[in-house]
Design a protein around this ligand. Structure first.
Ligand code: GLN
Ligand code: ZN
Length: 763
């Protein structure tokens, strides 16, 4: 039995890579310094794994920006628009593809980015042309292997498999399917493998997470072709095939028949997989199994007792020599090191394991499976005690919350009356014009505003002083909104660091790390709250600032909350109860907040749910189940109010086609969505479905500092008017304005209000 992992975090324990990249981009450090910092991180990662007992350590899992972008460069899959960039300046080319480049000679856009499966990590989307060619271009994979070798570590290079690489990309022309490019791509893979085997590489890890998706026969055929070709050409190479985030499911028979050395199983996402394999008629005990027992997507301590049972079960059919103990997926999705956390409550801390602790767990699991495991038994006991403590802890379990969730009734997820009845009551209560204007909630979070929060945290500002500053900022934003004539006002969210963290900090059941950063894309990292226990709300969370804001204006003020699904989705969540249960707990806390806002005189409340779509399971057959409970949780949060209180929701993405029925089923009185960049094309889903409630298609792309002209906005609205009932249309930006500056925000919003006025004149 041996240990391995699929990949390690690469931003550095203190986010060194983030800082170095950003310094390099802004010209503060030279390429040499950036590469030195990168080399150091790789080195530390390898030595750390070596020291903590990982037998087969990955390489080429490091990336300066993104591993899919790295693969594009490895395979010479470089879109033509970058042809004028000096090919000898590797970093300039690389970062231009990642982030675009604008200087006096060149103006190229970045490649598109999208979410990596169901994670919050974003990868660069490969682009393919009909006549696409490939070549072995960047030698990163070779160089990293050599770098590790210099430390005396013979690594397992990681390479995204050709089928996944193609499937993750996009055709930039019509007339072909990207999978047809496999014939041209495979020879380049063979070239890479040749060069690696020339260096005596023994194992190569091929990541094919597309195997967790619903594949067509043709796609499965491509997998078969790929790995039989590689094996025929390199019979001695040990192919370590990795799929993660879900079961192999219908792809299992295919992979079991492949001529590979090792098949990896994500046993945290798909625990039944092992039995399925051991019992399969296609199971070949000479193929090694890599047991992904240690969760790479979450921060909980492993349950040694359960894991050892799984190992035992594997041992009934597979010899010990043919087993790997591994992480479920790359540890990229977990923070670096729990030891750095000094402010976590000790009781909670003992339940957790970050990447470094997960390495220890993996090697301990191996050691505990050895016949002479005595020296490790104390670790087993320790693990057991921590987990027993967790399952009984008073910090986690709150009887009242549990009873409230189990007592939920069908009626709790229904407003008193249907939308038509509510709409007419709200019309009376709010008295808004046609094409009412509003924003999505946040106003510019200037450096100053952020500095106040930091000073408060460091004790350089008292709570009173901080509150006075926030109040002033709210007052300023409201007088601005009134002055330009926005119809539904917001307070501006100046007091919030982050739309999930803000609520997590006020709710019971959440803990916060100081260094629990996880890469989201490029140099961007997020620090998800740790949702460890039953969620409850002791006190109102937003009433103070919302009522203060409402007191400053006669126009309706829109209270601003984050929805239960988004809070769930953007946290590290419990693994000791179904996500649905946790989500319902959050929903009830948000519901109480909505009701409190109403009690305090607010007539409009927005419950943001930007993360509903990303929670979709990888396999379509599981979508309905998820959507049912997610939509229900939203409805629970929204249904405590009277008919004349208007509930808004907001989602900042685009692809609604396949979930439009569920979005409609959320039954928000108003939904605001992101549409401006697609020229209202994204509205089609709503139009085709005859979306019944009111809708605000975004008319201002807030991702860009560009101010949309009055004419542009009018044109967008005219387009919307053609396809939607006039009395359903709202006018608003795509999303919150927190990343924008005041000057552009002001101009853009002025144009928005004017456009709405001009449209009203046409009615
Ligand atoms: N209300 C939030 C804001 O305006 C919404 C952000 C989001 O959808 N991601 O910033
Ligand atoms: Zn948004």
């Amino acid at each position: 039995m041996k240990t391995t992992i699929l990949g390690y975090p690469r931003i550095g324990a203190q986010r060194e890579l983030k800082k170095a990249c950003e310094a390099f981009w802004s010209g503060k450090i030279e390429e040499k310094s950036l590469l030195k910092i990168a080399a150091n991180i790789k080195r530390q990662n390898w030595l750390q794994q070596n020291e903590l007992g990982i037998d087969l350590i990955p390489s080429n899992d490091f990336s300066l920006y993104d591993q899919v972008l790295d693969t594009c460069l490895t395979l010479g899959c470089i879109p033509v628009r970058y042809k004028n960039i000096n090919k000898n300046n590797a970093l300039e080319l690389y970062f231009s593809m990642a982030r675009g480049l604008q200087n006096k000679n060149i103006d190229v856009t970045a490649m598109e980015m999208t979410k990596w499966f169901d994670t919050n990590y974003h990868y660069i989307v490969p682009e393919f042309e009909k006549e696409q060619t490939f070549k072995f271009f960047s030698k990163k994979i070779i160089n990293e292997y050599k770098e590790a070798l210099e430390l005396g570590i013979k690594t397992k290079p990681v390479l995204i498999g050709p089928v996944t690489f193609l499937l993750l990309g996009k055709e930039k022309e019509t007339g072909f399917h990207r999978l047809d490019l496999l014939d041209k791509l495979l020879p380049v893979y063979l070239e890479i493998i040749q060069e690696l085997t020339n260096l005596d590489v023994e194992y190569i890890q091929f990541d094919e997470p597309c195997l967790a998706l619903n594949l067509t026969d043709k796609e499965r055929q491509a997998i078969k072709l790929t790995y039989t070709t590689i094996n025929t050409k390199f019979p001695k190479l040990k192919i370590y095939l990795a799929n993660y985030f879900d079961c192999y499911d219908k792809n299992l028979t295919t992979v079991l028949q492949l001529p590979i050395d090792t098949l990896h199983l994500d046993l945290t996402r798909c625990s039944m997989q092992l039995s399925d394999i051991l019992e399969s008629e296609h199971f070949n005990p000479s193929i090694k199994l890599s047991l992904g027992l240690v969760d790479g997507r979450n921060i909980w301590k492993n349950d040694f007792e359960a894991s050892l049972k799984t190992i035992e079960k594997a041992l009934t059919k597979v010899s010990s020599d043919n087993l790997w103990i591994s992480s479920s997926c790359s540890l990229l999705h977990t923070p670096y090191d729990l030891d750095l956390e000094t402010n976590l409550q000790p009781e909670i801390k003992q339940w957790l394991a970050f990447a470094k602790q997960k390495l220890e767990e993996i090697s301990t699991l191996k050691n505990l499976s050895l016949p002479e495991n005595e020296p490790y038994l104390s670790l087993y006991e320790e693990n057991k005690l921590a987990n027993i403590n967790r399952s009984n802890s008073k910090l986690i379990h709150n009887k009242v919350v549990k009873e409230r969730v189990s007592g939920l009734k069908e009626l709790d997820s229904h407003r008193k009356n249907n939308f038509t009845v509510r709409q007419s009551k709200q019309k009376q209560a709010l008295n808004l014009p046609l094409f009412p204007t509003t924003t999505i909630g946040s106003f510019p979070q200037t450096k100053e505003v952020r500095s106040w929060r930091l000073k408060l945290k460091k004790g350089l500002l008292s709570q009173e002083e901080y509150d006075i500053l926030i109040a002033k900022e709210i007052k300023y934003s409201i007088s601005f909104q009134e002055s330009i004539g926005l119809d539904v006002i917001v307070h501006g969210e100046f007091e919030r660091n982050d739309m999930v963290e803000y609520f997590g900090e006020k709710l019971n059941g959440f803990a916060f790390s100081d260094f629990g950063w996880v890469q989201s894309y490029g140099s961007r990292c997020v620090k998800p709250p740790i949702l460890f226990g039953d969620v409850s709300r002791d006190n109102p969370m937003t009433v103070k600032w919302s009522t203060y804001a409402q007191s400053l204006t006669k126009r309706p003020l829109k209270g601003m909350l984050t929805g239960p699904v988004t809070i769930l989705q953007w946290s590290f969540v419990r693994n000791d109860q179904p996500r649905e249960t946790t989500c319902n707990q959050i929903a009830l806390a948000i519901r109480d907040e909505v009701v409190d806002l109403e009690k305090n005189g607010l007539k409009v409340v927005q419950i943001d749910e930007p993360a509903i779509r990303e929670g979709l399971p990888l396999r379509k057959e599981e979508w309905t189940k998820y959507l049912n409970w997610a939509v229900k949780a939203f409805r629970i949060s929204a249904s405590g109010v009277q008919d004349d209180t208007q509930i808004h929701t907001h989602m900042c993405y685009s692809e609604f086609n396949d979930i439009i029925a569920s979005i409609a089923n959320m039954d928000a009185d108003v939904i605001t969505i992101e549409t401006s960049r697609s020229e209202m094309e994204l509205l089609n889903a709503f139009v085709d479905f005859e979306y019944p409630n009111e809708i605000g298609p975004g008319v201002y792309d807030i991702h860009s500092p560009r101010v949309p002209s009055l004419e542009e906005i009018e044109n967008l609205l005219l387009k919307a008017k053609k396809v939607l009932p006039v009395e359903h249309i709202w006018v608003n930006p795509d999303c919150g304005l927190k990343t924008r500056d005041w000057p552009e925000t002001k101009k853009a919003l002025e144009n928005i209000v004017q456009a709405a006025r001009n449209l009203r004149k046409l009615e």
